[in-house]
Write a protein that binds this ligand. Structure first.
Ligand code: ADP
Length: 629
């Protein structure tokens, strides 16, 4: 054990040689005992202080564990520096890594004039230190403690206050990272022991952990606050979306590919006849489609093109009614699964569609009417054209007729003129012959004029047709009575074959007589002597209806086929007329046909060359008048 002098023990006396060797010896031993006692007392005091310090350090650590915010921590650190360590000046400075400076976090000085808390930002900013500057800056940079007995003598020293003599600065670190420093200063030289340094380093380590905790806590608090804000914003936006989703008058939905309805709004539920959207979620979307293939096609299009635009579909309501809806949807894709679901809107267009259908039908009706009118017009145009053609034909016929008439009139007139001249100048013995010729030409002229007048009346339509019920058999008998003599004179026999119980015909009696007179005259004219004329009546079917008929037949030469096609034309005279030199105009049969047509009847011919001819007139029975024009 090293001997060390810790003090002196003196005894003074007024008399000389007052102390003996024995007494010196005794005092020396006493001094040794006193030294031992004093040393023990010091050691005890030292140990007691250590225990106090360790207890304080331990308590500090415990206390720091519970501190959460930097403000709480700063306040507590001030108390540690002040009470526990009892330093004259102390401060905790933290590194602001973004600006490379040390910022005072908690500071106390011996006069307690300034007690700075973390919140006093303006003051703190004024006392900032650059990293690397002064003792605190050096410790912050190197992460090592500095203990100076004579601080102003150190080249790194940078005076912040004048009275400073000794300084102890320890880094606050967590692992390898330096968070800041604890710095204490004293106006006394060599104020800090090695032990003080250890205590402060221990406290600094605890403070480091506490600061780290506080920072993490603050960060966590911020994150929680931010998350809460985000959640609130989300709830707000969800709320807005909800009210929009529920409120719009258009049906909105979200479905999965297998037909589950994940969401539907009130408008859609109402459109489909459900009490609320919840009831609709129970239904499979596929069951709503009238045509299931339609949904299959929609799914295919969504998979291919991602959208369906204004697809018009038919849906079945809950009450079974079918509605038309316009569907617009888009696919919401999941990178992994492909289509996740489809979102879309449905608009009820049933009414619109019905109106459109009505318009379409109306259009169709209108179009048909227009087509009908057009057809009618074109028919009328055709008729008009036909009438025009007919008028042209008639005009030509008229010109032809006038030419024919002039020609037909000229021949007998020339003959008459010639024979009148001969009567005057010719041989007297030929007078009788001339007179006969004059007679016959005059007759011919008279017949021609009579026929022409008939034709002209018929053409003008001035001669009225007076239709009445006519007993055809009676007409036949009347005619026969008047012509019988004439027929017998011509050397012909007459046969009359009336059909018994013949219904009356609808005809103009006088006109009918005119026709029959003409036919009988022809038969007499063209049938050679010895032949016979047969008159008969009958009820016959033709063109699907009954007719009362009257036939004038003869056993004459008959009419050759070429003539048959033309004998009803005006001025046409056939082979028989030429061969037998029968006087005539070629107008008789034309007049007959015209009269028959005016009465709603017909005239036909049946003839075989060498055997005879039979002309038949057809009249509608009187009872069948209705509907015949
Ligand atoms: P027309 O007797 O004045 O010549 P019609 O019009 O009466 O004129 O007769 C036209 C033509 O029909 C006659 O020219 C004649 O060739 C022919 N025809 C008319 N009736 C008979 C008849 N009963 N037998 C033979 N030919 C007839």
């Amino acid at each position: 054990m090293q001997k060390r002098v810790i003090g002196v023990l003196t005894l003074d006396a007024t008399r000389p040689a007052a102390f003996s060797d024995e007494e010196l010896n005794l005092l020396t031993r006493f001094a040794a005992s006193a030294a031992l006692i004093i040393e023990n007392a010091r050691l005890f005091e030292d140990a007691r202080r250590r225990v106090q310090e360790l207890t304080a350090v331990h308590r500090t650590g415990q206390d720091l564990l519970h501190l959460r915010t930097p403000e709480e921590l700063a306040q507590h650190l001030v108390h540690i520096l002040e009470n526990m360590l009892g330093y004259d000046y102390g401060g905790v400075l933290l590194i602001d890594p973004s600006r490379g400076v040390l910022t005072p976090f908690a500071v106390i000085n011996q006069d307690r004039e300034i007690e700075i808390m973390a919140a006093d930002e303006a003051h703190l900013a004024a006392r900032e230190t650059q990293i690397g500057q002064g003792i605190t800056g050096w410790v912050a940079q190197h992460g090592q403690s500095v203990r100076l007995d004579d601080a102003p003598a150190d080249p790194r020293y940078f005076a912040l206050w004048e009275n400073n003599r000794s300084e102890l600065c320890v880094p606050i670190r967590v692992g390898d990272a330096v968070l800041g420093v604890i710095n204490v200063e004293s106006p006394r030289p060599a104020a800090y022991s090695e032990n003080d340094q250890r205590v402060l380093e221990t406290v600094a380590a605890q403070i480091g952990v506490a600061i780290q905790n506080a920072r993490l806590y603050q960060q966590a608090q911020q994150e929680i606050a931010e998350r809460k804000r985000a959640e609130a914003a989300l709830i707000e936006s969800e709320h807005r979306y909800r009210s929009l989703f529920e409120g719009v008058p258009i049906g909105l939905y979200r479905t999965t590919p297998d037909g589950r309805i994940l969401a539907a709004n009130l408008a859609l539920a109402e459109m489909l006849g459900y009490a609320d959207p919840g009831a609709l979620l129970e239904v499979n979307a596929a069951d709503l489609f009238l045509d299931p293939d339609r949904r299959v096609r929609q799914k295919a299009r969504l998979a291919q093109e991602n959208v369906i635009r204004q697809d018009e579909i038919q849906l079945r309501r809950r009450d079974g009614r079918i509605i038309w809806a316009r569907d617009t949807a888009h696919a919401v894709r999941d990178e992994v699964d492909g289509i996740h679901f489809a979102e879309g809107s449905l608009e009820d267009i049933t009414e619109r569609k019905r109106a459109a259908d009505e318009i379409r039908q109306l259009n169709a009706v209108l179009e048909q009417r227009v087509a009908e009118r057009t057809a009618e017009l074109s028919e009328a145009a055709t008729r008009l054209q036909d009438a025009n053609e007919r008028l042209k034909e008639l005009d030509q016929l008229k010109s032809q007729f006038i030419a024919n008439v002039s020609h037909e009139l000229r021949t007998p007139l020339t003959n008459i003129k010639t024979h009148l001249h001969l009567l005057e100048r010719g041989k007297p013995e030929r007078h009788a012959h001339y007179m006969t010729t004059l007679q016959s030409e005059t007759d011919h002229l008279a017949r021609l004029i009579a026929d022409l007048l008939d034709i002209s009346w018929l053409d003008q339509g001035t001669n009225r047709i007076n239709l009445t019920d006519v007993d055809v058999n009676r007409v036949m008998v009347t005619l026969v009575d008047a012509r019988e003599v004439l027929i017998r004179q011509a050397g012909l026999t007459l046969e009359v074959l009336p059909q018994p119980q013949l219904p009356p015909a609808l005809a103009d009696t006088n006109r009918l007589m005119q026709v029959l007179t003409n036919l009988i005259a022809n038969a007499v004219n063209y049938t050679p002597t010895g032949g016979s004329i047969i008159l008969s009546s009958a009820l016959q079917q033709k063109d699907g209806r009954p007719w009362v008929t009257l036939t004038v037949g003869d056993t004459g030469p008959g009419i050759i086929p070429e003539d048959q096609a033309h004998i009803f034309e005006r001025f046409y005279r056939g082979a028989a007329a030429r061969q037998r030199n029968v006087p005539g105009t070629g107008l008789g049969l034309a007049i007959c046909r015209e009269i028959m047509q005016r009465q709603g009847g017909q005239i036909t011919l049946a003839s075989q060359v060498g055997q005879g001819s039979a002309f038949t007139v057809w009249l509608p029975p009187a009872g069948a008048v209705a509907g015949q024009g």
